[in-house]
Design a protein around this ligand. Structure first.
Ligand SMILES: *Cc1c(COP(=O)(O)O)cnc(C)c1O
Length: 379
């Protein structure tokens, strides 16, 4: 049996304690056994989201939370703004189109960092009352400054897709007055896919139109959650796992998690550069979720990833959209440490060599460890 290594920005590796919790016998979701777990998991979600508001929990992939935002915040024909700079910004556009919204794109090239002043001016000009954006654009490695984006859009409702960022990079839902923050279980929250979350700021509740989804109706979900009795059968085993995973995160503390992600990003960048590769993601500490490199000349990115997987059991993430075959992505969110980065770098180095690329050998891993150990976090 060959060992497999998962270095993708979702799904991510799941700690054994979390896997063990999910293997426990089934209990009924309306009994006292489950209620205690549910209540604790919901409270822990508020801690990780940094909010006093209810965090709604759905059985869905992360996109379910995005879908729920469009379904609960907007009526048909409403003018909305979408900040796009990658594949997940495009997903917002597709969701809003499907709900028949009047979408004003605030478009950046894939890999660009959205500029708050520009976004603020474009939102004001568009007259949109709801703005959809992406915190960590997982397709490019860019992490946007959502605190500044909220300041820039002023009274407009800001909806933040924090699916790959929550628990990895700082996000202060209440302190930054972010209206809606969405996340999912299979990224930095160290769980399998299947749970989606939405934190909704208190003042919004009075202004919500009639929800256009039955299952994802925020009001119905909140009403049930407030008495710890889910509206529909919750994903019992996943919530057991989530409870344990959030407990692990909070035990070490969010600051420790943020610092680890910064240092893992540094290690990944230092190693890739030492090999002679060019970074696609920003070469600074903002890029703490996923590190993206250009595939070197003469190598086909699709073949590189296939080779890594089939020959060495290592799974990295490919480029999406137009970047397919041109870049590869190393995720380092959630249950990752520097040895994972070392393994990913060593596998990339070996595979590129086997595919005939001219790269610097034997330096990436030591440079990664050095960068990981460097003291002093900026910001
Ligand atoms: C993973 C991810 C999603 C959601 O993907 P699902 O496959 O629906 O869980 C959305 N946005 C971003 C930025 C992501 O990284």
């Amino acid at each position: 049996m060959e060992k497999r290594y998962l270095f993708t920005p979702g799904p991510t590796p799941v700690p054994p304690e979390v896997l063990a919790a999910m293997a426990e016998p089934m209990v009924h979701h309306r009994g006292a056994d489950f209620r205690a777990v549910y209540e604790r998991a919901l409270a822990r979600l508020q801690d990780v989201f940094r909010t006093q508001s209810d965090v709604l929990l759905f059985a869905a992939s992360g996109t379910g939370a995005m879908d729920s935002a469009a379904a609960n915040l907007c009526a048909p024909g409403d003018r909305v703004a979408v900040v796009t700079a990658g594949a997940f910004g495009e997903r917002w556009v597709a969701i809003c189109d499907q709900y028949g919204l009047d979408v004003q794109r605030i478009a950046y090239q894939w890999g660009e960092v959205p500029l708050p002043d520009e976004v603020g001016a474009a939102v004001a000009e568009s007259g949109a009352n709801v703005v959809f954006c992406t915190h960590s654009e997982t397709s490019t490695g860019v992490v946007a400054d959502v605190q500044a984006l909220k300041q820039a859009v002023g009274q407009a409702t800001l909806v933040v897709d924090a699916i790959s960022s929550l628990g990895a990079v700082p996000l202060e839902t209440d302190a930054w007055a972010i209206d809606v923050v969405l996340s999912g279980s299979q990224k930095a929250l160290m769980c399998p896919p299947g749970l989606a979350m939405a934190a909704i700021a208190e003042p919004l509740w009075e202004r919500l139109p009639q929800a256009r989804s039955f299952y994802f109706d925020w009001r119905r979900t909140r009403k049930a959650q407030q008495v710890f009795d889910a509206a529909f059968t919750p994903a019992v085993s996943l919530i057991r796992g989530l409870d344990v995973a959030l407990g692990l995160i909070m035990e070490a503390g969010l600051d420790a998690a943020y610092e680890r992600h910064v240092r893992l990003g540094r290690a990944a960048r230092a190693g890739l550069k030492a090999m002679g590769l060019e970074l696609f993601s920003p070469d600074d500490d903002s890029s703490a979720v996923v590190t993206v490199a250009n595939v070197p000349d003469g190598v086909d990115g699709t073949e590189l990833l296939r080779h890594l997987r089939d020959r060495h059991g290592v799974t990295l993430a490919p480029g999406q959209g137009n970047l397919k075959g041109k870049i590869f992505r190393i995720g380092h969110i959630g249950w990752f440490d520097v040895f994972d980065i070392a393994a990913a770098l060593a596998a990339v180095e070996l595979s590129l060599t086997e595919l005939g690329a001219e790269i610097e050998r034997g330096v990436a891993v030591p440079r990664a460890f050095e960068a990981f150990e460097e003291l002093g976090l900026r910001g």
